[in-house]
Design a binder for this molecule. Structure first.
Ligand code: MF3
Ligand code: CO
Ligand code: CO
Length: 293
């Protein structure tokens, strides 16, 4: 088996990447003329293993994303509206010659998701005023030269109380621990396990209705990256995979509902929810964030 010209190891008893459903040893093992890993991952999972020039394009989109995120960070203060964040993101994206992926995505009406306090994700910017002590997540996805990078951060507005500090700290640590599991040979389930086990050990809950995703050529590509799961389960990671990890962590129960606007996801118990997201590349030895912060 090859990946970008290099051979990789596949366990004798794992399913053959050619998609036959047979064990590797009973199928393509020893047949060097077979599918590349890239072809096998596309056929079997729909996963687009990225080429170096594509990774470079996503990295550049990620650099733009972070430069916009820094400007958002500087404007967040008690008294601003979520729509002011949208205006900034829309203007900065436009100035860079990029496109804001959220705008008109499946009918989403704005250029960025802004989700405060009990809003888990997909908050629509509008006239909501941010207050001292609030937390607010800003989720930015530019398309630069056709390449998508996707990342979000949760910010404190003014001075946070203990609940805000806790849920933000737990969500960030969940992302950190999840990213740390990423390397060739590990599995998507390792990511979910790292998040779920840490969040629950801190008495928080993990949202299950929304997942991370492959990203880069399109906004949401296979695979789905669950934020809960079991070690050693799910797709095995190979170099060149690019996906988001974006755990949504609630201070209370994980149950949610969607508002009348058909987008805004909120906690049923009204408890705080925090999220952090980065776009992660699987490298030969581990991982690299293409949206590093
Ligand atoms: N950026 C979100 C994600 O992390 C998706 C937002 S879809 C939108 O996947 F339409 F609400 F923008
Ligand atoms: Co995402
Ligand atoms: Co996002």
């Amino acid at each position: 088996m090859k990946t970008q010209g290099k051979k990789i190891k596949i366990g004798r008893n794992t399913l053959c990447p050619c998609g036959s459903g047979k064990k590797y040893k009973n199928c393509c093992m020893g047949d060097d003329s077979m599918l590349t890993v890239k072809e096998a991952y596309k056929r079997r999972y729909g996963i687009i293993v990225k080429e170096p020039h594509e990774i470079e394009g996503i990295r550049r989109s990620g650099e733009l994303l972070l430069s916009i995120m820094d400007k958002v960070a500087a404007m967040i203060a008690p008294g601003i509206t979520t729509d002011q964040i949208n205006t900034l993101v829309a203007d900065e994206t436009d100035k860079a010659g990029a496109i804001a992926a959220p705008l008109n995505y499946r009918g989403f009406p704005k250029s960025v998701c802004v989700s405060a306090n009990e809003v888990i994700c997909h908050g629509i910017p509008g006239n909501r005023v941010l207050r001292d002590g609030d937390i607010v997540n800003v989720d930015i996805t530019p398309i630069l030269d056709g390449y998508y990078a996707d990342a979000n951060k949760t910010f404190f507005v003014g001075t946070p109380g203990p609940d805000a500090i806790k849920v933000v700290e737990v969500a960030l640590e969940c992302l950190r621990r999840a990213i740390d599991t990423v390397r060739p040979g590990s599995h998507l389930g390792d990511i979910g396990y790292a998040i779920q086990s840490y969040a629950e050990s801190r008495g928080c809950s993990v949202v299950r209705e929304f997942v991370g995703h492959g990203v880069g050529i399109d906004f949401h590509e296979p695979p789905q990256v669950c934020h809960f799961g079991r070690k050693h389960h799910g797709v095995e990671l190979v170099p060149g995979m690019v996906f988001t990890i974006e755990p949504m962590i609630n201070l209370g129960a994980r149950d949610l509902h969607i508002l009348e606007d058909e987008w805004t996801a909120v906690t049923n118990d009204g408890s705080l929810s925090a999220q952090f997201e980065q776009t992660i590349l699987v490298t030969e030895t581990g991982w690299e964030s293409l949206t590093p912060y």
